[in-house]
Design a protein around this ligand. Structure first.
Ligand code: ADP
Ligand code: MG
Length: 729
């Protein structure tokens, strides 16, 4: 075994699980203790200020500077009781992670003493010199200025010794440079459109919030083994590695007992998350070895998104303490399952009702059907945009790879609701309905069971599945910021609900009664969106064929999928709700394309480096061993004996040579392809060149390296193998 690999494995075997102590056995004792939420605000803000802040949060109004000063003062006092020394505006640039720039509260005074200072100005707005964040050309370097602005709807929190203030990040010319700003706009549009539609059913509804409950999948790898894998370190995935003789075939990992060291890690990051007010609730093993999942209780979408990003950050930090590295990449290991991040989504009213949960009465169920059918219609109309929202290099490995939903967007609703929609399609008509017809329909609508949860058989192969009282968007990648997918989903639903209202009102104006008008429009939507509904096995080849017949797209790669962001239809949609200007969405499109190209470029370089500097030299070393062996045999034995005795060795020498030469030629050709791709102008063409001309080499080079892994003496092999990465914990 190579020295590096040996040392790495040796250190794994000497690890003991860290003893973890929660601050208290009762979570309620420390839950949200690091959050400047309602409880802390009530304690640290004057009553009046507290009330104004609450009102501003609820109605989305801006706080004036004086009030902000009071809030800042309260925040600072609270934070200082917890030993905080610095503050930062915490934001979500388009790089995919979060960003922070820490400033100290400390300020020297003229008389040589010092003060702790933090005022409303510093709370509300900051100008991080963030000129190197991607802006898609929106900010020229000479005006390299963007600013962050406080989002009071997501509470400030403490990480380590720093007070973190959730903010949006925008350019001085007003364009969003982050994920949060457009998400907030989409949520606002959703709220307004949904409230308007709710008025048909319940005049008390004044606010609708989109809810999100994500499920985060991830892998854990021992830190020492991770460090011995440059590909994991630099790209988050293994670019080489023969599959382990045993991996997930026995299905013994899923929901199995959680290994001790992993359990200690989970407990530890859960405690840290709970202190941050992240309501983590479930944890379990996933399908692949060393793959796990964690999910919180759902929350308002903006907050849920922030919490997901925070959790990922906390997990990374806590993992290091336990000598683990956490992998969020969508496909860290070939041949076994990758990781996703299911986005459970619904809409909730201020009256405490889940709009995607059927009720007890025909009226409530008509409301349910309205939101249900409008969502399906929205998905049908904007399937390509939804597909774009989950497009990025990592997810290309997963979508359609028989472990994750295909790249075809379809909706699964379960046999019961399928039957309900079919019935509506059949029975409702545009002429005036007879009283009998109406009564019958009402009766049937009333029969939708209140609890569908147990009845919707869980079709795991659908990218967008109704699971009883929410939709589950399953194609989101594990490393992605949910904000992208949630921005799109909420925008398309807002759009659909707005159209729906206009259409229903038109029919009502003609003298048709409200319920009938609603049913008529719903029926049309059911018919128009029928193609997107699919109840069967989404992983099957038959579905790929069927979807093609239905005219549904199956866009397999990121550069192509991203096109939908800048289609005429999408640009109109974003403009309609003031979510993105054309310039802004085009800039964003460029940024996503560039991110794709860069990721592929890095993977390709890592692959080339490893192949040339580690794999080929190792293979040659082993080959020399064989050559010496053959030479020795020749010296000792007679020519005829030698022929039989050295046969295997000579064949192996040849085989190794063939692989070496295939790898070398592959890498050289890949480098040439990269050079050519680099010269291609335009973000889209550049990304497509990487996708079509560089990526194909990955598979062929890998094939030969993985073959060598099986041939070369284990003593020499430099990289920790899959069996070591996946089963040490
Ligand atoms: P699984 O999909 O693993 O079987 P569940 O269906 O129990 O798990 O729940 C998955 C996630 O769905 C949880 O995070 C939960 O909080 C979330 N969820 C439940 N109800 C809603 C809702 N109304 N809106 C958004 N998310 C929800
Ligand atoms: Mg789920």
């Amino acid at each position: 075994m190579s020295v590096l690999r040996f040392k790495a494995l040796e250190s794994v075997y000497t690890r003991r699980p860290l003893e973890v102590e929660a601050p208290s056995d009762k979570i309620s004792d420390f839950y949200a203790s690091n959050v400047f939420g309602k409880k802390a605000m009530r304690e640290f803000l004057p009553d009046e200020v507290y009330k104004l802040v609450m009102e501003a949060i609820e109605k989305g109004i801006q706080l004036d500077r004086k009030i902000a000063d009071h809030v800042a003062m309260g925040m600072k006092s609270w934070a200082m009781t917890k030993g905080v020394t610095h503050y930062t505006h915490w934001f979500q640039p388009l790089t995919g992670t979060t960003a922070e720039k820490h400033d100290s509260f400390f300020q020297p005074t003229l008389d040589g003493a010092a003060l702790e200072v933090f005022d409303g100005g510093q709370l509300v707005q900051q100008e991080p010199d963030a000129s190197s964040f991607p802006s898609g050309g929106i900010r020229n370097t000479f005006e390299a200025r963007g600013y962050t602005a406080w989002d009071p709807t997501s509470a400030a929190f403490i990480m380590g010794k720093t007070l973190c203030i959730p903010t949006i990040f925008v350019s001085y010319t007003g364009e969003a440079l982050d994920h949060k700003a457009p998400l907030l706009k989409a949520l606002h549009a959703m709220d307004k459109a949904a409230v308007d539609v709710c008025q048909y059913f319940d005049k008390n509804v004044t606010k609708v919030t989109a809810t999100l409950g994500w499920e985060q999948e991830y892998f854990l790898v021992d830190a020492a083994l991770y460090t011995a894998r440059p590909d994991l370190m630099l790209t988050g995935r293994t670019v080489f590695g023969h599959s382990s003789a045993k991996d997930q075939q026995l299905e013994d990992h899923y929901f199995g007992s959680i290994p001790e060291r992993v359990n200690a890690f989970m407990r530890d990051f859960e405690v840290e998350s709970l202190k941050l007010g992240i309501p983590v609730k479930t944890r379990h093993n996933e399908v692949a070895p060393n793959q796990f999942e964690c999910a919180p209780i759902f929350e308002e979408t903006n907050l849920a998104v922030d919490h997901n990003l925070l959790l990922m950050d906390v997990m990374e930090k806590v993992a290091r303490k336990h000598n683990f590295r956490v992998l969020f990449h969508e496909k860290p290991f070939a041949g076994i399952n990758g990781s996703g991040k299911h986005n459970n989504w619904s809409m909730a009213t201020n009256t405490g009702k889940n709009l995607l949960s059927p009720g007890k009465t025909p009226k409530k169920n008509l409301q349910f059907l309205t939101f249900f059918v409008n969502t399906i219609k929205a998905v049908h109309e904007h399937a390509d945009l939804l597909r774009a929202s989950i497009a990025h290099a990592g997810n290309d490995h997963r979508l359609g790879a028989n472990e994750a939903p295909p790249a075809i967007i379809s909706a699964f609703i379960g046999s019961q609701l399928d039957a309900v929609l079919n019935e509506l399609e059949e029975k409702v008509h545009t002429g005036k309905m007879s009283p009998d017809e109406k009564t019958e329909l009402k009766l049937n609508i009333g029969k939708i069971p209140e609890i569908l949860l147990d009845n919707t058989d869980r079709n795991r192969t659908s990218p967008f599945a109704f699971t009883g009282n929410k939709f589950e968007f399953r194609a989101v990648g594990s490393s992605q910021n949910c904000a992208g997918a949630m921005m799109v989903l909420n925008t398309i639903v807002a759009n659909q609900l707005t159209d729906f209202k206009i259409e229903v009102d038109k029919i009502i104006e003609k003298g048709v009664d409200k319920e009938e008008a609603i049913l008529q429009v719903l029926r049309r939507y059911i018919i128009e969106s029928k193609n997107v509904r699919f109840e069967g096995n989404g992983y099957s080849d038959a579905w790929v064929k069927e979807a093609e017949k239905r005219g549904l797209s199956n866009i397999k790669t990121t550069p192509q999928a991203l096109d939908a962001y800048v289609s005429k239809k999408s640009i109109e949609l974003f403009k309609r709700f003031d979510i993105h200007s054309e310039r802004e969405i085009k800039a964003r499109h460029d940024i996503y394309l560039e991110a794709y190209s860069k990721k592929i470029q890095i993977e390709s370089r890592v692959m080339g480096d490893l192949a040339l500097n580690q794999i080929i030299p190792t293979a040659i070393e082993y080959q020399n061993l064989l050559i010496n062996n053959v030479k020795g045999l020749k010296e000792i034995f007679s020519a005829s004996e030698f022929k039989t005795l050295a046969e295997v060795q000579i064949a192996t020498i040849k085989e190794v040579s063939e692989h070496i030469s295939a790898i070398k030629t592959g890498v050289e050709a890949m480098i040439e392809a990269r050079k050519k791709a680099n010269k291609v102008e335009g973000a889209r063409a550049h990304a497509i060149a990487y996708c079509e001309k560089v990526v194909p080499f990955f598979e062929t080079i890998r094939y030969h390296v993985d073959k060598l892994e099986l041939l070369v003496d284990d003593e020499y092999w430099p990289l920790p193998k899959y069996r070591e990465l996946l089963f040490n914990r």
